[in-house]
Write a protein that binds this ligand. Structure first.
Ligand code: PEP
Ligand code: MN
Length: 333
């Protein structure tokens, strides 16, 4: 980090600032010019409050020259992280197709969808048991019963399962869940992230509706700083002024994230577009952009789905999407 001091700063003021920084275990390299003094801050500057430093009367500007995320940073960990669930690997050249309904609705529904997506070649089964809904009157998920049904589907198909956690109090219910999802709305629920960091479960962390890529990485850092490095990042569309789609899929997040971090990156074209007709092309585009996996919603009867039917593929549509994505993977790797 570099701090430029204003013209006219006295040596005493500079010394005072340098001592303040040294108290935070930051080494300071002072470069005195004719007009201005530049301080080079060396050490773990992630603890420095950049806004506070910038607001000091003697400081003209502050610039970060290194990223505030460390453990998620590719600079300190050049090799790709590969997350393993059962026989499935994600990252480092390994690709996973995650498919299943928005929410688990009944035993028949989850078994039917799980069997169909498995037959088409899905690697992991998704299904929401705890649903974060905008309206408190909308279907909130089957909760513990939903997890029980997902586990039945896992037993029936052999597919590892992923499902969303909303509150750390329900963590015990996730003992046999293979990947815990943190949804877009909880991306900055820092208490939840820290508690998940104390587990050794793979975590799929979705990007928030209005969060930057750096904020996503800082949230991953919250989990990693507690010891859990098994993280998969997920781009699921961000909110923009566009209304033709539910969100705007930021596909450039895939190569940007691959550059900044060693963590695997998957794309969710279902929540990104909100329309099943757009999912095949966006899934194909995500694969072409180098995503390490794709997560899509599939329902045996989308028009009757309790949640997100408009963006859910039928099993037959999923079969085609999966084929297309695998063909693209062959071409690009
Ligand atoms: C989901 O995947 O079920 C979900 C609610 O997604 P998001 O958090 O991206 O809205
Ligand atoms: Mn959904």
């Amino acid at each position: 980090m570099i701090a430029v001091l204003k013209h006219g700063t006295t040596p005493q003021q500079t010394e005072h600032l340098v001592n303040w920084l040294k108290n935070m275990n930051i080494d300071v390299h002072i470069s005195e010019g004719k007009e201005i003094t530049v301080l080079g801050l060396i050490g773990d500057t992630s603890r420095v409050d950049i806004e506070l430093l910038n607001s000091l009367e003697i400081v003209s500007s502050v610039k970060r020259v290194s990223e505030p995320f460390k453990q998620a940073n590719r600079k300190f960990h050049p090799n790709d992280t590969v997350v393993e669930v059962g026989n499935v690997r994600i990252g480092g050249g390994h690709f996973a197709m995650i498919a299943g309904p928005c929410s688990v609705e009944s035993m028949d529904q989850i078994i039917e969808v799980a069997t169909a997506v498995k037959e088409s070649g899905a690697d992991i089964l998704r299904g929401g048991a705890f649903k974060p809904r905008t309206s408190p009157y909308a279907f909130q998920g089957l909760k513990d019963e939903g997890i029980r049904l997902l586990l039945e589907a896992k037993k029936a198909t052999g597919l590892p399962i992923i499902t969303e956690i909303m509150n750390i109090r329900s963590l015990d219910l996730f003992n046999d869940v293979d990947i815990i999802q943190v949804g877009a709305r909880n991306m900055q629920n820092f208490d939840l992230l820290q508690e998940l960091g104390k587990t050794n479960k793979p975590i799929l962390l979705k990007r928030g509706l209005a969060n930057t890529i750096q904020e996503l990485l800082m949230s991953a850092e919250y989990i990693m700083s507690e010891g859990n490095e098994n993280i998969i990042l997920c781009e699921r569309g961000i909110r923009t002024y566009e209304t033709c789609t539910r969100n705007t899929l930021d596909l450039s997040a895939v190569p940007v994230l691959h550059d900044l971090t060693h963590l695997p990156v998957v794309v969710d074209p279902s929540h990104a577009t909100g329309r099943s007709a757009l999912v095949p092309s966006m899934a194909a585009a995500a694969a072409a952009a180098g995503a390490d996996g794709i997560m899509v919603e599939v329902h045996n009867n989308p028009s009757c789905a309790f949640c997100d039917g408009a963006q859910s593929l039928t099993p037959a549509q999923f079969d085609e999407v999966n084929r297309r994505v695998r063909r693209i993977r062959e071409v690009i790797v």
